[in-house]
Design a protein around this ligand. Structure first.
Ligand code: GDP
Ligand code: GDP
Length: 455
């Protein structure tokens, strides 16, 4: 590396930065108006988008990446509440429950100026039940005179209240230090506990595509191994189902089966639930209604799974209803609307008739295999050397930027770092990704490529 003009320490640093596995997840919960969104903005260091004054605005983005003191994690914002959907306590509880379920640690935000309300107490009960690490944020402590309000929150019985002003930033650093102490390095709770245990599948898709039908089909025809998770009295959230001789954990089946019919806010709940399920899973089976046009909502769900870096299988459901004409148009739609996941294995199924159910498992296994693929550095560089020689980067300003060497820094999904002598254009990056896929497979997985340029 050094002889190529890179400082070996920089090379190591770049590989380490790119090589992180799945990030731990922090959920920010609390009742409306306590300042959750303001706090999330502060944590992610951006002012964009999150705070919306209009109630009832649908947000489809609920997870963000953040970094504090050199550690990266994901933040789930639950600010998109809908007061009039279920009644305030129930709606706060419903949203908090999904977020807590998917989280490795929780920041519970209370308005210190208002003090403890019944709704806050309801959230505390949820937190106790979930048994995840909690950091208590006593928000709206804008100056020293508010400290006493924060102290009063010891009465919640969930530990030290951290006095914070999300609006001005006061105290957020200390609170984030406490968050880092509470967060595992890797996402143990939501993700990593089951190392060697059953693989985790999120069955996702917009309403009415057939998720609960498909779930019933696989759960009825095959054996539901365990229907209850130890120590919980409420509905089991996840279900172990044997398919193709292997036991899989379908995450958030309770959410699929419950079918809460909401008027307003339904989209937001659906987004939050989908995001939570995706965070908990290794592979997302995205169900699409083949009888219906591929919609923006389908694309958003696909984007969510891609951005979360999960293995992906596309399952086109209701195949029993398709005539030849629809099949023709569907193929065209897939090309134009789902180009971003052209690499995902695809199955055409019918939850009603059971058609091609047996193809689901091989597709899932192929996607997980792609997701875990590791290309040895020697092989990768032999490949890169040939590729660069045969297809050099276009000359720009009299210079020809070259990929000098590369390495795969991580898996789940595969992450590559390429080291170059100059700026590598987006088109050439896409070309490299295409060729990597042709050479090494990576079926069913997003891949990340970052490029370091020699100073
Ligand atoms: P959410 O509903 O919990 O997401 O709350 P928001 O983040 O939308 O904040 C609700 C209101 O409280 C907004 O008007 C914020 O500007 C205000 N707010 C949030 N944090 C603070 C704070 O630390 N101090 C003060 N004074 N106001 C705050
Ligand atoms: P979910 O909202 O995604 O859980 O969707 P459901 O499982 O509730 O299905 C929505 C509707 O589509 C129901 O009326 C189902 O009977 C119907 N449906 C689901 N799968 C199929 C299928 O494979 N073929 C046909 N014809 N209808 C289906």
């Amino acid at each position: 590396a050094a002889e190529e003009g890179f400082d070996p320490e920089d090379v190591e640093g770049a590989i380490e930065a790119a090589g992180h596995g799945p990030l731990p997840v922090l959920a920010v919960v609390g009742r409306p108006n306590v300042g959750k969104s303001t706090l999330v903005n502060r944590i992610i260091g951006r002012r964009e988008a999150v705070v919306e004054d209009k109630p009832g605005v649908t947000r489809d983005r609920v997870t963000y990446e953040a970094e504090w003191a050199g550690r990266r994690f994901k933040v789930v914002d639950t600010g998109g509440w809908e007061q009039d959907v279920l009644g305030i306590d129930a709606s706060v509880a419903a949203q908090a429950e999904y977020a807590i379920e998917a989280a490795d640690a929780v920041v519970f935000v209370v308005d210190a100026k208002v003090g403890v309300t019944d709704t806050d107490e309801a959230v505390v009960r949820l937190l106790r039940k979930a048994n995840k690490p909690v950091v208590l944020c006593a928000n709206k402590v804008d100056g020293p005179s508010g400290e006493a309000d924060a102290t009063a929150l010891w009465s919640l019985g969930i530990g030290e209240p951290h006095p914070v002003s999300s609006l001005h930033g006061r105290g957020t650093g200390d609170m984030l230090d406490a968050v880092l102490e509470a967060l595992p390095e890797a996402p143990e709770q939501s993700f990593g506990t089951a190392v060697g245990g059953p693989r985790r599948i999120a069955l996702i898709g917009r309403p009415n595509v057939g998720k609960s039908s498909l779930l019933n089909k696989v759960a009825n025809e095959e054996r539901v191994v365990v229907n209850e998770l130890a120590g919980t009295t409420r509905d089991p959230v996840d279900e172990l189902i044997e398919l193709g001789g292997v036991t899989w954990k379908f995450v958030d089946t309770a959410g699929i089966r419950k079918r809460v019919h909401l008027q307003q806010g339904a989209d937001y709940y659906a987004s939050l639930r989908t995001a939570a399920a995706v965070e908990k899973a290794e592979v997302a089976v995205i169900l699409i209604d083949a009888a219906d046009s591929i919609s923006v909502q389908d694309q958003r769900i696909v984007t969510m799974a891609v951005e979360a870096g999960r293995a992906i299988v596309l399952a086109f459901n209701k195949w029993d209803t398709l005539d030849e004409e629809r099949r023709y148009y569907l193929e065209r739609e897939i090309e134009t609307e789902l180009g971003q996941v052209a690499w995902a294995p695809r199955v055409n199924v019918s939850a009603r008739t059971g058609r091609h159910m047996e193809k689901l498992v091989p597709a899932i296994e192929a996607a997980l295999a792609g997701w875990e693929t590791r290309v040895p550095t020697g092989r990768l560089n032999a490949f890169l050397g040939e590729l660069v020689a045969a297809h050099p980067h276009p000359v720009r300003g009299g210079k020809q930027p070259r990929i000098l060497f590369g390495t795969q820094a991580g898996t789940k999904p595969p992450r590559f770092v390429l080291f170059a002598s100059g700026f590598i254009e987006a088109g050439y990056r896409r070309f490299i990704e295409r060729r990597l896929r042709e050479e090494f497979g990576f079926e069913g997985t997003p891949i990340h490529i970052s490029v370091r340029v020699r100073e």
